[in-house]
Design a binder for this molecule. Sequence first.
Ligand SMILES: O=c1nc[nH]c2c1ncn2[C@H]1C[C@H](O)[C@@H](COP(=O)(O)OP(=O)(O)OP(=O)(O)O)O1
Ligand SMILES: [Mg+2]
Length: 202
Amino acid sequence: MSRRLSEGRLLLATHNAGKAREVAALLAGHGIEVVTAGELGLPVPEETETSFIGNATLKARAAAKASGMVSLADDSGFSVAALDGAPGVYTADWAEKPDGTRDYAAAMAKVERLARHARDRRAWFSCALVLAWPDGHVESFLGEAHGEWVWPPRGAAGFGYDPMFVPSGESQTFAEMDPARKHAISHRAAAFRLLSAACLPD
Ligand SMILES: O=c1nc[nH]c2c1ncn2[C@H]1C[C@H](O)[C@@H](COP(=O)(O)OP(=O)(O)OP(=O)(O)O)O1
Ligand SMILES: [Mg+2]
């Protein structure tokens, strides 16, 4: 049996505003109020694990311990078949500049440069969502969205690598489509559906 969320307040253990917006949109309608780790000024934990679930667990546990609140972390990334799944858990690292800020145009260009000669254009996003309670209990969920990478990047909605990903059966990139459409078919939405069925009040 999974543990269900009882209280009405949840800490989103993320410093990424794009993610926080999407997770808050997915939670809207479940009567749960959210506050983010960024808003509370919690530290950014070092992501030392080699799996999405591992890193999401580490972030959720650190936030629950620091805040005393039930905490939800998202660890996610972009994988390219021709690159054997890279950048994968290192997706954010590929965008990081020496000064600590992120350059997604450069990160997407790196993916294209390494993958451009391969015939196989398959790519996917993964999202691990982990809920951690202050007593150490955790619940984990993994979602994926499969499709192809495209070049040049298209669209201005969304965040991160969205402009270079077209999900299977769609013609627009995640960054071109209406946010509501992304929320219906994304890796984050897939993970959230599992979380919702297991842990959210009906
Ligand atoms: O839907 C998405 N559309 C486009 N790009 C995405 C998406 N989902 C994750 N991504 C990218 C952003 C980041 O480069 C990496 C996640 O890295 P990840 O460590 O999980 O998140 P983060 O450092 O941005 O925020 P935080 O760790 O505080 O939650 O994958
Ligand atoms: Mg991170």
